[in-house]
Design a binder for this molecule. Structure first.
Ligand code: T4K
Length: 391
């Protein structure tokens, strides 16, 4: 269904098209009574955190779902990154994309490791292996590649580079739950992969994260590290922090895992509407999912460029005026965030720079109706075809 676009756009003074804002990252929540039953049982048990039964069940279910030996649940994805980085013994310099959420870089810098920013492939938004090669120095100890928007990184090329230069390779898989690479679910590539179960993710535990790995020793180390290094009462055998997932988060996780396939199906339907409706809009190019793989279709990502009659920033203004809260993730790129501008990038980040000026992430997910998606497409088509100056 398409709605006749009316004039003038909200930016020119009319009522916004949406009375209530529509968001990127509206939380997906499964069956309420299941969640509440878990919470009631938790309260009855009076066991709220510290490796409780819900967390243990959650870890087993996630590991089985992803086909990996260990899932070590944590309080959020950022702490999971930090713990994985320490457990792998990374030091000195670690290569990361600049085109990622700031947490990937901060998890290194927070522990005195220098994030060295490498460029991306503009088509996939994933780390460019050539750029990674160019960024290696004698101080490099590892690579953290991101499966950006759920599209798997170039795992084979990066593994070859890591092996050649004796570097650790781990993945930030915050976007990639229930996505596959060559038919195998993301979760068991590299030394380990880090998941985020933040409220805005396809699969949430309120806040939460995990490291998944097939390495038994690494998993044991991370279990110690997330609980202050305790190996039983009064016995600290490792350095550590408080990275534990609470039972209420695991309750949400168990609830949402049951509903995850329905979230993904709702995402797929909305993605296909965007894909079809925006295909002929001038200057708008969607980042497409690879249909040969399993995808979670969570992020709807597009580049806005000539011949669109509006720039990306103008389109954002138009959409926001209509209460459509599209985002510019990950503008301006980590290397342009204040904390990292003191050090000049060591390799060209030209694709990152270009993508950062054009990229837009659009609202999606089960909380949006398909009519909402059509309406958003109407506004985008109108703005890109006609421009904002049109009477
Ligand atoms: N690595 C990567 C590649 C990541 O993308 C992330 C997180 C991480 C690592 C770190 O994982 P965590 O430590 O977060 O587990 C949001 C999320 O907070 C962040 O988790 C996510 N990436 C990032 C891409 O997006 P913000 O600063 O944009 O959040 P905010 O508050 O602007 O919310 C985004 C939208 O979601 C808003 O339009 C409102 C909506 N929203 C949000 C929340 C929390 C809701 O409707 N309900 C809610 O409860 O970072």
């Amino acid at each position: 269904m398409t709605t006749q676009t009316r004039f003038p756009l909200a930016i020119q003074g009319a009522q916004p098209r949406f009375h209530e804002p529509v968001h990127v990252g509206r939380p997906n929540t499964g069956d309420r009574s299941t969640f509440i039953a878990h919470i009631e049982a938790m309260l009855d048990r009076k066991w709220l955190t510290n490796n409780g039964p819900l967390v243990q069940e959650f870890e087993q279910r996630v590991a089985r779902d992803l086909g990996v030996r260990h899932c070590v649940a944590m309080c959020n994805g950022t702490v999971a990154l930090e713990i994985a980085i320490r457990a792998l013994g990374l030091t000195g310099e670690v290569i990361v994309p600049s085109w990622t959420f700031i947490a990937t870089a901060h998890a290194l810098a927070w522990q005195g490791i220098t994030p060295v920013f490498a460029d991306i492939d503009p088509g996939t938004h994933n780390l460019s292996p050539e750029s990674v090669r160019a960024a290696i120095t004698p101080s490099t100890t590892g690579i953290i590649a991101v499966h950006t928007w759920g599209r798997p990184a170039d795992i084979e090329a990066l593994s070859d580079i890591a092996e050649e230069h004796d570097l650790q390779l781990m993945f930030d898989a915050a976007h990639a739950y229930r996505c596959t690479h060559r038919g195998k679910r993301i979760g068991s590539f590299g030394a380990c992969e880090v998941l985020s179960f933040h409220a805005t993710k396809v699969f949430n535990t309120l806040e939460g994260g995990a490291v998944v790995t097939n390495d038994d020793v690494l998993a044991d180390t991370m279990r110690l590290m997330r609980n202050f290094g305790f190996a039983g009462y009064d016995n600290v055998i490792h350095d550590g922090t408080n990275g534990k997932m609470v039972e209420a988060s695991a309750a949400m996780g168990l609830t949402n895992l049951e509903a995850l396939s329905s979230f993904v199906e709702a995402n797929r339907i909305r993605y296909e509407i965007y894909r079809d409706r925006l295909a002929d809009v001038p200057g708008v190019e969607l980042v497409l999912y690879d249909e040969r793989e399993e995808n979670n279709y969570h992020y709807i990502v597009a580049a806005v460029d000539i011949p669109s009659r509006v720039t990306r920033d103008q389109l954002i203004d138009v959409l926001h005026a209509e209460n459509i809260l599209a985002r510019k993730y990950f503008w301006p790129g980590c290397h342009r965030m204040k904390t990292y501008t003191g050090t000049a990038p060591t390799v060209s980040l030209q694709h990152t720079e270009q993508v950062a000026e054009r990229n837009i992430v659009l609202p999606s997910g089960p909380s949006l109706t398909v009519d909402d998606v059509h309406l958003i497409c109407d506004v985008i088509a109108f703005a890109c075809e006609r421009g904002i100056e049109h009477p």
